[in-house]
Write a protein that binds this ligand. Structure first.
Ligand code: ADE
Ligand code: ZN
Length: 346
């Protein structure tokens, strides 16, 4: 679909909500709502340093990525059993289905759990079972991307990979997350080379808070297929050119960028500039329980603040399917669904 009919401003939120879309950047541990954190803490007899849901929510006032990560890792400490991972991912899928997300690629951070004595099979089997049931019960197609924590060593990433290999049929890709500045992609050059040999799809967080140089090395050293965030790329014209020419998708997360003070307000977000430069931008929620919104909140708030229109809604949703790690026939089916939505929207 080359030309999208203009849509009246008051109808745009409806279009954004109803259009089918894929989510390519969601940390499943970042979907743990405070209510579920408290329920799991009680179920597992774990003490958390907050007396109520309201008190926990009040702590969600972040100044940068690290200030968020400290609370995010504390929240994940309530996950112990396979059923906990299942319940967390199932709750996400219900929210995703309500936002017309029909395909989701879920990041998970096994090292956050194995460091506490939770075994890899508990983590992966719980998440995988939620993916299977989401397809059957909600019609949402889910798959898993295992992330290495970049504040830890490459040796620890290798050990994590080793532990995950028995479950490799349940993992489509490998990612890199956690504190970015001071932990450049090239720190993980050898383990990503090994993952590539093993046939995994590769992605990495780069250019969230870190410099354009990290995006370059994610591309040239790690050889990733998508860049998670990547918003700092706009500081480097040659990098923008490279991303556009190679159709490297950026999984942009506007509300995350707002809450982690990457931009002072949503109106200052550079998503429109990135789209206008011809980049394959997608919209995603990152850690929706912490950043005040799931997919449709990200779409609707960003469109209001930056003045994006129906044409860009189509482009963003289409990019999400094009950049996803699904086979060509599934991509075609999803894009046909998207085209049908835009053709009939009135
Ligand atoms: N882990 C969870 N959310 C993250 C983010 N926004 N950046 C890096 N690592 C993360
Ligand atoms: Zn992220």
């Amino acid at each position: 679909m080359n030309h999208v009919k203009p849509v009246a401003a008051n109808r745009l939120p409806d279009l954004l909500r109803t259009m089918p879309k894929a989510e390519l950047h969601i940390h499943i541990e970042g979907s743990l709502e405070p209510e579920l954190i408290f329920a799991l803490a009680q179920r597992n007899n774990i003490t958390i340093p907050y007396s109520s849901v309201a008190e926990l929510r009040q702590a969600y006032a972040f100044t940068n990525l690290q200030s968020f990560l400290d609370i995010y890792y504390a929240g994940a400490s309530v996950l112990l059993k396979e059923q906990d991972f299942y319940d967390m991912a199932s709750a996400y899928f219900v929210r995703a289905a309500a936002d017309n997300v029909i395909h989701a690629e879920l990041f998970f951070d096994p090292q956050t759990h194995t460091a506490r004595g939770v075994s890899m099979d508990v983590v992966i089997n719980g998440l995988h079972r939620a993916c299977v049931d989401a397809q059957a019960e909600l019609g949402v197609n889910g798959s898993l991307i295992m992330c290495f924590l970049r504040h830890l060593s490459e040796q620890e990433a290798f050990e994590t990979l080793e532990q995950a290999l028995p479950y490799r049929d349940k993992i489509i890709g490998i990612g890199l997350d956690s504190g970015e500045v001071g932990n450049p992609p090239e720190k993980f050059a050898r383990v990503f080379a090994r993952c590539r040999e093993l046939g995994f799809h590769l992605v990495a967080h780069a250019g969230e808070e870190g410099p354009p140089a990290y995006v370059w090395t994610a591309l040239d050293v790690l050889k990733v297929e998508r860049i998670d965030h990547g918003v700092q790329s706009s500081k480097d014209a040659a990098l923008l050119q490279r991303l556009a020419t190679d159709r490297i998708a950026l999984t942009v997360c506007p509300l995350s960028n707002l809450k982690l003070c990457v931009f002072p307000d949503l109106a200052s977000h550079n998503i429109k500039h990135l789209l206008d430069t011809g980049l394959a931008v997608t919209v995603n929620s990152d850690d929706p329980a912490y950043f005040g919104g799931y997919m449709n909140d990200n779409f609707t708030q960003t469109f209001v603040a930056t003045g994006l229109q129906a044409q860009q809604a189509y482009t963003l949703a289409r990019n999400s399917f094009e950049a996803s790690f699904i086979d060509a026939s599934a991509k075609r089916r999803y894009i046909d669904q998207l085209d049908a939505c835009f053709a009939t929207f009135a």
